[in-house]
Design a protein. Structure first.
Length: 133
């Protein structure tokens, strides 16, 4: 795109957020469990996977991952449990990726640039909040 909003290229990075706000004003004593599932609907080409760094930031604490599989495993293994008072006013989750570019020739960028058809990379994330009886 002209504004680089939807481009994966050397030197670019993007983030996306999931925010859950429990209804604490109505029933702060109600317990909830949050769980997560990721379905990347497109395969990430190996040459691109080697270039991307992934991050998962939860309520301000950030962890880094070198593969999408590691990011996915970390997010899907994570759960929040507790009531709205214990969880806090919100649960803030940010997922990001970055392609560090150190200059010079970049084989992955050349490969992707020479593709006949540009691929889309879609990642679907499901966050489920379950009220505990």
């Amino acid at each position: 795109s002209a504004d680089d909003a939807n481009v994966i290229a050397p030197g670019t990075k993007k983030t996306g957020k999931l925010i859950w706000t429990p209804a604490s004003t109505f029933a702060p004593e109600v317990d909830y469990t949050l769980s997560f599932a990721i379905d990347n609907t497109t395969d990430i080409p190996d040459i691109l996977e080697a270039e991307l760094d992934w991050t998962l930031k939860i309520d301000g604490t950030e962890n880094s991952y070198t593969t999408f599989a590691a990011l996915k495993a970390a997010l899907e293994a994570m759960t929040y449990s507790g009531n709205a008072s214990a969880v806090g006013p919100t649960v803030d989750i940010e997922i990001g990726w970055g392609w560090v570019f150190n200059g010079g020739d970049d084989a992955a960028d050349t490969y992707l640039g020479n593709m006949d058809t540009l691929a889309d990379l879609n990642i679907d994330i499901t966050m489920t909040a379950t009220q505990v009886d």
